[in-house]
Design a protein around this ligand. Structure first.
Ligand code: F0G
Length: 487
């Protein structure tokens, strides 16, 4: 039978091209400003792409958070929103959809993912606890540490290798997990955290087998499993694609099995269901009751949790759509196309391709820049100047300083170019690939960055930097030589 459920339609040429199984009916105009204006915008933003203004950006590949395209059905659902402080029908529709998709009964809505992290950390973490996990996420770690916990990353040896063919680099190392319980004792471990499509190490998934093993060890030690499901749809897609025994399983069945091993599931809806918001789910009345009062205190009443009813309706539809292969495939297939193109041009990029975006290895791209001069930040700035494409630094700028004020150098120094779901076209993707390749040819012209203003908490969001030499001017001169008046 012909497979109508796959966006990789075979071309006569034999090429593998990801074809969009949607049409674009609402569009937003974009501008590509001249290079001198892009340079001025970068200076005004303190060489921090978070501080750019979208009027100056051509392709916004900063994140997929809150930027996925909504479907017609999501937008239509927003019209039936039921405005009510409590008891809104919109909430009950969303609750039912989340119960169906995640298979867990109690639903606590929150305004976004980090709000769930705040509540979970406050309720379950006490001073001196340790939290083993496949890898941290920035806001997760801050919340856990604010509540006295220490994050233990127990990834496998392969996880941080840039070039690899291991399909599940997001796995927890099960032997290291056993050692954590031996070393610290189970009473110090409130839960083990699994992050789907591990964000900071290149959107790398974990396998179902790994999740089963984690659950078994957690049960033996009478502790909980916490699943960060912000990118769970993509992780399920990779299980279906890469793990033996799942080829014929539906995304929905895979999601249900993944969640069945978790005591608590939380998510950023900005990613998983293409709308603002988030949530926490559990099957345990006891756990629900422990979190309920904090929800009302920090987020809002139990039936809106800081979200607008329109977003709640869109979440109900969006979470069901996450189970549709053609919707969940789209971003990983574009990422795979882009990663393969960069990899075959010899550009260091995380392989195998994962979720969320292309992750370029800035230390491999710019080996002449010491890590203390922030090569990933410099690469993000250089790419914006030469293309109007905004990526995100995911390296030492996104890290913190130790007690003595020294930078904690990041394990991996990445420039992330995110592919929000169903937003960019293939020609825009090809433009990005072309400009990254030009930059790679001219990489010697790029220099480092230094701090001008460095906030103590989550410095990457608001901090300002400057180039350590006049390298941007040299890069612009070469760009003009090669491209003339062209943008
Ligand atoms: N967990 C993961 C795995 C995330 O990727 C994020 C956000 C959060 C939690 C926090 O959710 O933003 O709704 O509060 N990631 C965004 C990103 C910010 O760009 O990768 P939030």
């Amino acid at each position: 039978m012909a497979n109508t459920n796959n966006n990789t339609i075979k071309f006569f040429s034999g090429e593998q091209i990801p074809v969009e199984l949607h049409k674009v009916r609402i569009v937003q105009k974009l501008f590509l400003k001249p290079i001198d204006e892009r340079m001025k915008a970068m200076e005004d933003a303190g060489y921090n792409t978070f501080l750019l203004n979208t009027k100056d950006i051509f392709l916004d590949m900063l994140t997929d958070s809150g930027t996925n395209a909504m479907s017609d059905n999501q937008v239509a659902s927003m019209l039936q929103a039921d405005d009510a402080y409590s008891g809104s029908q919109s909430f009950y529709r969303m609750e039912k959809a989340l119960q169906d998709v995640f298979g867990l009964h109690y639903v606590l809505p929150v305004h976004q993912g980090r709000a769930a992290e705040n509540i979970i950390s406050q309720v379950f973490i006490k001073e001196g606890d340790v939290i083993p996990m496949n890898y941290h996420f920035t806001t997760t770690k801050e919340h856990m540490e604010l509540n006295g916990g220490t994050v233990l990353e127990i990834y496998t040896d392969e996880a941080l290798k840039i070039k690899s063919s291991v399909p599940f680099k997001g796995n927890i190392d099960i032997e290291k997990l056993k050692d954590v319980f031996v070393k610290y004792g189970k009473e110090k471990v409130p839960f083990v955290r699994m992050e789907a499509s591990t964000n900071l190490i290149g959107g790398q998934p974990f396998s179902m087998q790994n999740m089963r093993d984690v659950k078994k060890i957690a049960d033996e030690n009478e502790t909980m499993v916490l699943l960060d499901a912000s990118l769970i749809g993509e992780n399920a897609y990779f299980i279906k694609k890469r793990e033996a025994g799942f080829q014929n399983a539906s995304i929905k069945d895979i999601l249900l099995e993944m969640c069945s091993y978790a005591d608590l599931v939380y998510f950023s809806s900005r990613k998983v269901s293409s709308t603002r918001g988030g949530g926490i789910l559990t099957n345990s009345n006891d756990l629900y009751m422990k979190m309920r009062d904090l929800l009302v205190l920090f987020e809002g009443f139990l039936t809106y949790g800081g979200m607008s009813v329109r977003e709640i309706e869109a979440m109900a539809v969006g979470i069901i759509e996450t189970c549709d292969d053609t919707i969940i495939n789209q971003s990983p297939l574009f990422i795979e196309y882009a990663v393969n193109s960069l990899d075959s041009a010899g550009i260091p990029v995380i392989t195998p391709s994962g979720a969320l975006g292309c992750h370029i290895d800035a230390m491999g791209f710019l080996p002449h820049i010491p890590q203390s001069d922030y090569p990933a930040g410099a690469l993000a700035a250089a790419l914006f100047i030469i293309s109007g494409i905004r990526g995100m630094e995911r390296g030492t700028v996104s890290s913190v300083r130790d007690k003595d004020g020294n930078d904690i150098l990041a394990d991996v120094e990445l420039l992330r170019l995110a592919f929000p779901r169903r937003v960019f076209t293939l020609s825009q993707t090809m433009f990005m690939l072309d400009r990254v390749k030009w930059l790679y040819e001219n990489r010697d012209l790029v220099g480092g960055l230094k701090w001008v203003e460095e906030p103590p908490l989550l410095r990457f969001f608001m901090g300002r930097l400057a180039p350590s030499t006049d390298w941007p001017q040299k890069l612009i001169a070469k760009f003009k030589e090669d491209f003339g008046d062209s943008l």
